[in-house]
Design a protein around this ligand. Structure first.
Ligand code: ADP
Length: 303
C-alpha cells in the first residue's frame, strides 16, 4: 500500500456550487501534510468527506489501500474536524475518562501517559473552563490519541491560538509524527504557520488543488536569489560558478541564472560579469516570502 489516504476526482457540489472539484490527494505514511487554502477553499469539506461526515458527490476515496468498507478503515484514523467536545466543569483527567468510556478505553495508565505526552500532566484539579484555547486543543489531541490512531486529520487546529499556543501544537504534532509514527493531514489558511512543520504542502483554492509540493520544493521556491541574463547566459553561469559555486543555478528554461546569495552581493556580481566582457540584460533580486508565494498562488487578498 503506497498511500494511506488517496482520493480520485473527489468532488462535492452543493446545488450549482462546486466546493471540491476533482480533488486528488495522496497521503504517504509518516509524512505531515499541510492542506493550505483561504477560508472557503473547501478544506473542511474534503476532510468531512474523508471522515464520512459529508457525502461525496463524485469520485473515490481509498483508505489504507481499500475502497470498500471505508468505515472500518476510518477507525484507524482520528478526525478532529470540529472543536473537541469538552465538559468545562470537569478536569482534563475526567474528560479523558469520559471519552475513554465512550470508546471502550479504560486504561488509567494510558490516560496518564497521554496527558503527559501533550504537556497536561500538571493541571491537577483545574476545570477545563479555566484552560487556554491551546490547552483545550492539546487535551483534544490527547483524547483523539486514546484509540491509538495511525493517522490524524486535523482541521485548523491552530486557528485562533496565540503565538505560544501555535508553537506548542506544532511541537506536539511533530512529536506525534516522530515518536509515534503518526501520519498527519492538517489544514490552515495561513501557510507560514505550518511552514516549519509540514513535510508536504497541498495548496488549494475554490475547491481545486493548485499545487502539491514538498517542504524542500517550497523552500527552493521561496529563497532569495538574483536573477541574471546576459548576452551569453550559459557562459556567464560558468563564470559565476568559479566564484559562487553551488549557489549558481539555471532556471528550468535555461534562459536565466539564479544566484542564491544575499542581495547585498548584487554589486560584486554585476562587476564580475561586466569585468569579463558580458553585457547584462537583466539583473534583479527576487525575494519571495512564503506567504507572498502562497497568496500569489491563490490570487492574493483572500486571507
Ligand atoms: P474551508 O474549510 O476551506 O474554509 P469549507 O469546506 O468550509 O472551506 O467551505 C467551502 C465552501 O463550501 C464554502 O463556500 C461554504 O460556504 C460551502 N459549504 C460548506 N458546507 C456547506 C453546506 N452544508 N451547504 C452549502 N454550502 C456549504
Amino acid at each position: 500500500m503506497e498511500y494511506i489516504i488517496k482520493t480520485e476526482n473527489l468532488t462535492k457540489r452543493y446545488g450549482n456550487q462546486i466546493v471540491a472539484d476533482r480533488v486528488n490527494l495522496e497521503v504517504k505514511k509518516g509524512h505531515i501534510y499541510g492542506l493550505i487554502g483561504p477560508n472557503g477553499a473547501g478544506k473542511t469539506t474534503i476532510m468531512r468527506m474523508l471522515a464520512g461526515l459529508t457525502e461525496r458527490t463524485e469520485g473515490e476515496i481509498e483508505l489504507f489501500g481499500e475502497r470498500n468498507n471505508l468505515d472500518a478503515y476510518r477507525n484507524r484514523i482520528s478526525f478532529m474536524i470540529e472543536a473537541p467536545y469538552l465538559d468545562g466543569g470537569m478536569t482534563a483527567e475526567e474528560n479523558m475518562t469520559y471519552v475513554g468510556l465512550v470508546r471502550g478505553v479504560t486504561d488509567k495508565k494510558r490516560r496518564k501517559e497521554l496527558l503527559e505526552f501533550v504537556g497536561l500532566s500538571d493541571v491537577g484539579k483545574k476545570p477545563v473552563d479555566k484552560f487556554s484555547l491551546g490547552m483545550k486543543q492539546r487535551l483534544g489531541i490527547a483524547m483523539a490519541l486514546l484509540s491509538e490512531p495511525e493517522v490524524m486529520v486535523l482541521d485548523e487546529p491552530i486557528n485562533g491560538l496565540d503565538p505560544e499556543g501555535i508553537v506548542e501544537i506544532r511541537e506536539l504534532l511533530r512529536k506525534l509524527c516522530e515518536e509515534k509514527g503518526i501520519t498527519i493531514l492538517i489544514s490552515s489558511h495561513i501557510l507560514s504557520e505550518l511552514a516549519t512543520l509540514c513535510t508536504d504542502f497541498i495548496i488549494i483554492n475554490k475547491g481545486r488543488i493548485l499545487e502539491n509540493l514538498s517542504a524542500e520544493e517550497l523552500q527552493e521556491k521561496c529563497r532569495q536569489y538574483i536573477a541574471i541574463q546576459t548576452d551569453n547566459t550559459e557562459q556567464t553561469a560558468e563564470l559565476l560558478k568559479n566564484a559562487w559555486g553551488d549557489s549558481v543555478r539555471m532556471a528550468a528554461s535555461r534562459e536565466e541564472i539564479r544566484l542564491y546569495v544575499s542581495p547585498e552581493e548584487t554589486l560584486s556580481v554585476s562587476k564580475t560579469i561586466t569585468d569579463n566582457g558580458f553585457v547584462i540584460t537583466k539583473l534583479v533580486t527576487v525575494a519571495e516570502d512564503l506567504e507572498q508565494y502562497y497568496l500569489a498562488k491563490v490570487g492574493g487578498n483572500h486571507v
